[in-house]
Design a protein around this ligand. Structure first.
Ligand SMILES: Nc1ncnc2c1ncn2[C@@H]1O[C@H](COP(=O)(O)OP(=O)(O)OP(=O)(O)O)[C@@H](O)[C@H]1O
Ligand code: NI
Length: 322
């Protein structure tokens, strides 16, 4: 049975100044703008933010899976060993297909059912993934690691429950023993007990020495597993903080709003809507919804330095009582 991947301590994915634009006939979508973050060995970085803020696009950009109308700029370096780092942005398709996708980075896709072929059993899809990756592991062993019983593997996708379909795509994503696991909304549509199981599985992957990038709307789930939390708003990472500090004392007004919206907290949604990514406001994109906005916010705020980082001209001070 495979255990932790063999990447040395200190391995990381380092994203610097990454931007993604989609070129439409009459507009440009600013899907990701100037993203900076790191995912490190043994840790889980959780990326949160409202629907449409660019989370999945970021994941697909890292895997080289965006359509032809996308332009990706900046840098995303996979530093996992003595060999020279792999620059993912602009890497040739052959390199990504042969050495990155499924092998160094495994993607657990958003909406698992849509990623399974309806006319083939779970076993045949898992076996194919193992064969493509040249793995000697059996489908039954891999499936067992993902929490499936051998009998489940004889089922077709329409016979699988949401939780089982999730486990099948998890098994496929892990077939090549990837160092970085990107999980894009792995719990949407699952009930609470299954959310807990999925989060525990992601935590175990990180504890085994992998790195996990978890994309989710579910802040409660994030709190169980995250070491660091990155918040995206309108294509930008606006807050990057250790999870404990993020949940105890959020500094970005948008992060405060996201947490206040939780039923377990104030249960008060942030008024208004995020801007269109084809028509972003000048300066800080959160300004039209922000209670702390001032004149300075007409300029895009730089990311601050330090431990709990924010791109905000008027952050909530961490020591201030709210
Ligand atoms: N191929 C494309 N062409 C043009 N625009 C696109 C394309 N793919 C995504 N977008 C746009 O990029 C933006 C970011 O989308 P993305 O799927 O990353 O959002 P998300 O944060 O993952 O949202 P959700 O939480 O709903 O999954 C959206 O405005 C979306 O419409
Ligand atoms: Ni998404």
């Amino acid at each position: 049975m495979t255990t932790a991947s063999p990447a040395p301590a200190g391995s990381r994915l380092r994203v610097e100044g990454m931007s993604v634009r989609f070129h439409l006939p009459d507009a440009t979508v600013h899907a990701v703008t100037d993203a900076h973050f790191e995912v490190t060995q043994g840790a889980c970085l959780t990326l949160v933010g409202e629907s449409g803020c660019g989370k999945s696009v970021m994941a697909h950009a890292l895997m080289g899976l965006l359509p032809g109308n996308a332009t990706v700029t900046g840098s995303a370096r996979l530093e996992t060993g003595a060999a020279s780092p792999v620059e993912l942005i602009g890497a040739p398709e052959r390199l990504l297909a042969r050495t990155v996708r499924g092998r160094r980075i495994g993607l657990i896709p958003q909406s698992p059912a849509a990623h399974l072929t309806p006319v083939r059993t779970a076993r045949s899809q898992i076996t194919e993934a193992l064969r493509e990756l040249g793995s000697s592991e059996t489908a039954d062993d891999l499936a067992a690691r993902a929490g499936l019983r051998p009998a489940d593997l004889d089922l077709y996708p329409h016979q699988l429950s949401g939780g089982m379909a999730q486990r099948v795509v998890n098994a496929i994503a892990l077939a090549g023993d990837p160092w970085l696991v990107i999980a894009d909304e792995p719990t949407s549509g699952l009930d609470r007990p299954l959310v807990e199981v999925t989060m525990a599985e992601l935590r175990r992957l990180a504890d085994e020495g992998r790195a996990v990038l978890l994309i989710t709307h579910d802040l409660r789930a994030a709190e169980q597993v995250a070491d660091h939390v990155a918040v995206m708003y309108a294509g930008r990472v606006v807050s990057l903080a250790p999870a404990k500090e993020f949940f105890a004392a959020p500094r970005h007004p948008y992060a405060v709003g996201l947490l206040d919206a939780l039923p377990s907290r104030r249960f008060t949604a942030i008024p208004g809507q995020p801007p269109e990514l084809t028509n972003l406001p000048r300066g800080c994109a959160f300004r039209p919804r922000c209670t702390r906005a001032g004149a300075a916010c007409e300029l895009v705020p730089e990311m601050s330095a330090g431990h709990s980082r924010v791109a905000c001209h008027h952050p909530v001070e961490s020591h201030a009582a709210r």
